[in-house]
Design a protein around this ligand. Sequence first.
Ligand SMILES: CC(C)(COP(=O)(O)OP(=O)(O)OC[C@H]1O[C@@H](n2cnc3c(N)ncnc32)[C@H](O)[C@@H]1OP(=O)(O)O)[C@@H](O)C(=O)NCCC(=O)NCCS
Length: 189
Amino acid sequence: VPFATPAPLNTKRLIVRLVDEGDLASLMEVNGDPEVTRFLPYHVWQSMAEARLWYERMCSLQLAGNTLQFVLIDKRSATAIGTCLLFRLEEDSARAELGYVLARSHWGTGVMFEALRALLDCAFDKLQLRRLEAEVNPRNLASHKLLLKLGFVQEGLLRERWLTKGEPTDVNIYGLLRNEWLAHRELRN
Ligand SMILES: CC(C)(COP(=O)(O)OP(=O)(O)OC[C@H]1O[C@@H](n2cnc3c(N)ncnc32)[C@H](O)[C@@H]1OP(=O)(O)O)[C@@H](O)C(=O)NCCC(=O)NCCS
């Protein structure tokens, strides 16, 4: 089954819901920051026109049923402070890939961990996925630590998997299985 549209996820500090065109101005501040996109295989957004192109691409991927693009809405400011997504759904294998980006002003506050806990619950319970994957630039230590905290296992290194700002980049691959998540979640609760 392709991704069904999930209801907004409610956590202590956040609403995690599907992206809306009205979020683009806030997301411009996130994705327009070169520090945020430093380890990612795409360029910083230069303009709202680029933001809208991204939004259109996400909408068509969502319509195709293989992507869910969420935003993290900070309850205090009622604005989008980051994004997280499930993409490259492989329906036959009940598998998808995880991605996330957080505004620099919110790094180190644990909100992405909070958002991803809710998203993983949704992915493994409601959407019945069996395996999630994440790809990370080996120099991206914050992302590496975040994935380990969530219970992901570093499974290997894919050579020159990405072009990051024109540079071939090795990428670490991480995996998390539903059974591991359920066990890990019980340990944490
Ligand atoms: C990845 C990201 C969401 C992590 O969010 P964060 O709020 O910085 O996460 P945390 O502060 O909880 O950091 C996670 C861990 O990494 C550590 N860390 C953070 N920045 C670090 C750095 N530059 N170098 C080394 N360790 C770092 C933290 O101390 C923390 O470890 P701890 O749990 O042992 O204390 C955020 O850094 C981000 O949006 N980066 C840019 C986009 C990106 O790279 N996305 C991931 C693509 S794979």
